[in-house]
Design a protein around this ligand. Structure first.
Ligand SMILES: NC(=O)c1ccc[n+]([C@@H]2O[C@H](COP(=O)([O-])OP(=O)(O)OC[C@H]3O[C@@H](n4cnc5c(N)ncnc54)[C@H](O)[C@@H]3O)[C@@H](O)[C@H]2O)c1
Length: 312
């Protein structure tokens, strides 16, 4: 039974995991190289709690299950599960995983939140890498159910099964990758879209706002219920994907999209920064995050009614 969890790194993602773990009655012990983050994490937990409470039908927040330590060994020694959330950097994570492997219980699962690094590389110096995985969540971790589970070359099936059950037990839908690849699934898809959007801004065809609208008012509305494949299956009429491929397959040969990323010049960066600043209309990131969380809460409640009809 996984009960005690060490969260290593308490930034955006680490704090998000803390909220989700606490909401599922886990004991959470947090370590960050910055000893002053404790207050910030508690504030974030309190800020997110009203949404989490409604999403998971919880009563009250039990901060007795939360502790913050300034020595990594104290975080690791009794943990059944370790969720690493330090910066995305091969050198840093490889070194950190060596320390985590050394000071954690030999049967504790080690899970990195990395967005795209290869597990076999970051666990190359870790003791017993058979119990190590990547579990890539989405921001905000306490609201979104998706998590990509990526095995390294040495990860055991026992670890994968245990991790899958654990993430399901905290109301997540694990996506099990068959083998490791850089960028995993979701970020590869997002990156393709992002690259194309940057080219369009760079070449002056549309503003950041127009590009966002092209997602928000169209594909984005469908995507929260159905991904690309099922959406395109419906685009083929009664014959489904077969007709869709026949009709739109040839368009794949048209050079619509650019595979290479544009140069992130000063001018392009300025366009993207000023464009999104204009879209925010003076609202702070925290204000927009609050609106997003409320929206995600209501969307998930509504989606439940429809997803069972498609997925089951
Ligand atoms: N931000 C996102 O949207 C997002 C989404 C999914 C996954 N991730 C992944 O989560 C991880 C963390 O990203 P983030 O956005 O929370 O970063 P962040 O910069 O907000 O937080 C990183 C934290 O790690 C701490 N830290 C630095 N070195 C450390 C060390 N050696 N030991 C312990 N703590 C250390 C920092 O003080 C900081 O508080 C990354 O691997 C990232 O790719 C991020």
């Amino acid at each position: 039974m996984i009960n005690k969890i060490a969260v290593i790194g308490a930034g955006v993602i680490g704090s998000g995991w803390v909220v989700r773990f606490l909401a599922h009655n886990k004991k959470v012990i947090v370590y960050d190289t910055d000893p002053k983050l404790k207050k910030k994490v508690i504030l974030e937990v309190k800020r997110a709690w009203p949404f989490v409470k409604k999403l998971f039908n919880k009563n009250k927040l039990n901060l007795k299950n939360f502790s913050y330590v300034t020595d990594i060994k104290n975080a690791l020694k009794n943990a059944d599960f370790i969720q690493e959330c330090a910066p995305e950097n091969y050198k840093l994570k490889t070194k950190l995983m060596e320390v985590i492997g050394k000071y954690s219980k030999s049967n504790a699962i080690i899970s990195s939140s990395s967005s795209g690094l290869l597990p076999s590389k970051i666990y190359s110096k870790c003791k017993n890498p058979s119990r190590a995985i990547i579990a890539h969540p989405f921001n905000p971790v306490y609201m979104l159910p998706g998590v990509e589970i990526v095995p390294g070359k040495k990860t055991s099936n026992k670890t994968l099964n245990k991790a899958k059950k654990f993430y399901e037990s905290i109301s997540m839908n694990p996506i099990m990758l068959k083998k490791e690849l850089p960028g995993f699934l979701s970020d590869r898809l997002q990156e393709a879209l992002w690259r194309e959007a940057l080219h369009i801004v760079n070449e002056g065809y549309a503003s950041t706002k127009d590009l966002d609208r092209a997602i928000e008012d169209g594909p984005g509305m469908r995507w929260s219920l159905m991904g690309t494949f099922l959406t395109f299956h419906l685009a083929g009429g009664n014959a489904g994907m077969k007709h869709m491929l026949k009709q739109f397959g040839p368009a794949l040969k048209l050079p619509w999209t650019k595979l290479k990323a544009p140069k992130l010049s000063k001018e392009l960066s300025n366009r993207v920064i000023s464009g999104t600043k204009k879209q925010a209309k003076g609202k702070s990131v925290a204000t927009i995050a609050k609106i997003r969380d409320e929206y995600l809460l209501n969307l998930q409640k509504m989606r439940k009614k429809y997803e069972v009809k498609i997925r089951k």
